[in-house]
Design a protein. Structure first.
Length: 479
């Protein structure tokens, strides 16, 4: 099965030689196969940033998607081009020569290479996938590589535009290289690309939803590290939307990173309080925790146990210097405690523990008989998640206002709950309501746009994950 938008992108690739961008004439070699793949963004319904602490999350693939066409060539360089939606917008192009590729000999070196020129940093999401395949799977990239990308997933709105790019690239490149790989393994490799090459400390849920999500279903993913527990059905009477706040979100931003770091600092302190065995290497800022109780994940602590035994023993905040002196480091390999920063500890630690409980209850309610009482409880769980984000410092005035507007409309308008999504600090608000509440959603989006001056954008609908759709193989004729 292939979606109509994938077919439309493949047709656009076939027409490059007659298109309005002459620099793309002959971009792909004649007579060689081109692999065309698609991957959606994701709407975080419940779970969000608790993914890196092992929570259950519930994620919906978006209708919007990213597309990648990949081809091996006889040349030596890698060329990556981002194709805009219209003919007036300039192309974004990055070329990696053989010497550039040699400079990217490990993940740290690759990250440095892409960061040295901001105009090239976007290509790390795509080239990083190929580098990870080479290093983790032993893929042989003989000759050059051409990657053409186009995305309908809006950037910086908290709907995983980066994961969509990575997963679409992974799907196209593995097909091009003849590598058999399942969606779960692919998502894990894409996370490595984002963590190690891009340098963004994201969890696994974004890539997993983009790879193995199903249309109009909530992926139930236990992030320990990535176990698909099934697909929750949204009852016919209900629907989920996303309303963009217009406030740019970035997983690589300092708020997200400091909250994640604070959560792992809290887990390290709990390990000490629980007398777990902790080891560290000389000169290393990370530790290894032997944890037979919670298996390395805060989400495995029951809220009652946390509240009764640990919560009040955790500091509200602590300086990085004091933490490193007392505890040596955290077990999180993708973040570092900075000595000259102060970190919130208690609330970032509490969030995934309580969020995991909220997500389990949310899934339980969806599986039961849906009535007005259960709809109201579903909404309250979303509001609770939103409040917890704000307590961690991951809120924003725009997303708070959208949630407030949903609350004001309430069940009388067929709307039950709303929450900030993904990494927080802006981006998109997920809203749960009756199928018939579409007009109310549009009115809230209109009112918010009028108040804020931001352009109105509503996410609605869904689409299949990349591994739920076939790759299209095409060839061009440059004669």
């Amino acid at each position: 099965m292939t979606t109509s938008d994938t077919q439309a992108f493949a047709q656009r690739v076939l027409q490059l030689n007659t298109g309005s961008h002459p620099e793309l004439h002959g971009f792909f070699a004649s007579g060689r196969p081109i692999s065309v793949a698609r991957a959606p963004g994701r709407l975080d319904v419940m779970g969000g940033v608790a993914d890196y602490s092992g929570s259950l999350v519930l994620e919906m693939p978006t209708r919007e998607a990213a597309f990648v066409a990949a081809q091996q060539t006889n040349g030596d360089d890698w060329q990556i081009v981002s194709l805009p939606s219209d003919d007036q917008t300039p192309l974004r192009c990055v070329t990696l020569s053989r010497s550039d590729l040699a400079a990217c000999h490990n993940y740290a070196a690759a990250r440095t290479w892409f960061r040295q020129d901001p105009s090239k940093s976007w290509a790390a999401y795509l080239a990083g996938v190929v580098l990870v395949l080479v290093k983790e799977v032993g893929a042989a990239v003989d000759g050059g590589m051409r990657l053409l990308v186009h995305s309908d997933v809006p950037e910086a709105k908290g709907v995983s535009s980066s994961a969509a790019l990575e997963v679409a690239a992974m799907r196209a490149v593995t097909d091009q290289l003849g590598i058999e790989i399942d969606g779960i393994r692919a998502a894990t490799l894409c996370q490595i690309a984002e963590n190690r090459v891009v340098g963004a400390p994201c969890g696994i849920m974004d890539q997993m939803t983009s790879a193995v999500g199903r249309e109009n279903r909530l992926l139930a993913l236990l992030c320990q590290p990535a176990t698909v527990q099934g697909y929750a059905v949204i009852p016919d009477a209900l629907a989920v939307w996303g309303i963009d706040s217009g406030i740019r979100h970035a997983v690589s931003g300092s708020d997200y990173t400091s909250v994640r770091t604070g959560a792992f600092m809290g887990y390290r302190m709990i390990a000490a309080l629980a007398n777990l065995n902790v080891t560290s290497a000389d000169g290393d800022v990370h530790v290894s925790i032997d944890d037979p109780r919670w298996h390395g994940y805060l989400a495995n602590l029951a809220p009652a146990e946390f509240e009764q035994t640990y919560a009040q023993q955790l500091p509200v905040q602590m300086s990085g210097a004091e933490f490193l002196e007392r505890f040596a480091g955290t077990s999180d390999s993708v973040t570092h405690v900075e000595p000259d920063r102060d970190y919130a500890i208690r609330q970032p630690t509490a969030h995934p523990i309580y969020e995991n409980a909220r997500v389990h209850r949310f899934r339980e309610l969806l599986a039961g008989a849906i009535d007005e009482t259960s709809c109201i409880e579903l909404g309250e769980l979303m509001y609770g998640s939103h409040a917890s984000y704000s307590a961690c410092g991951l809120g924003s005035s725009g997303t708070d206002r959208l949630v407030e507007l949903v609350k004001e409309a309430g069940p009388a308008a067929g709307l039950y709950g709303a929450k900030i999504t993904g990494g927080g600090s802006g981006g998109t608000v997920a809203v749960l309501g009756k199928q018939s509440a579409s007009d109310a959603i549009q009115e809230i989006a209109r009112q918010y746009a009028a108040e804020s001056g931001h352009e109105r954008y509503v996410f609605q609908g869904s689409s299949p994950g990349a591994w739920d759709e076939e790759v299209i193989t095409i060839q061009v004729n440059n004669q």
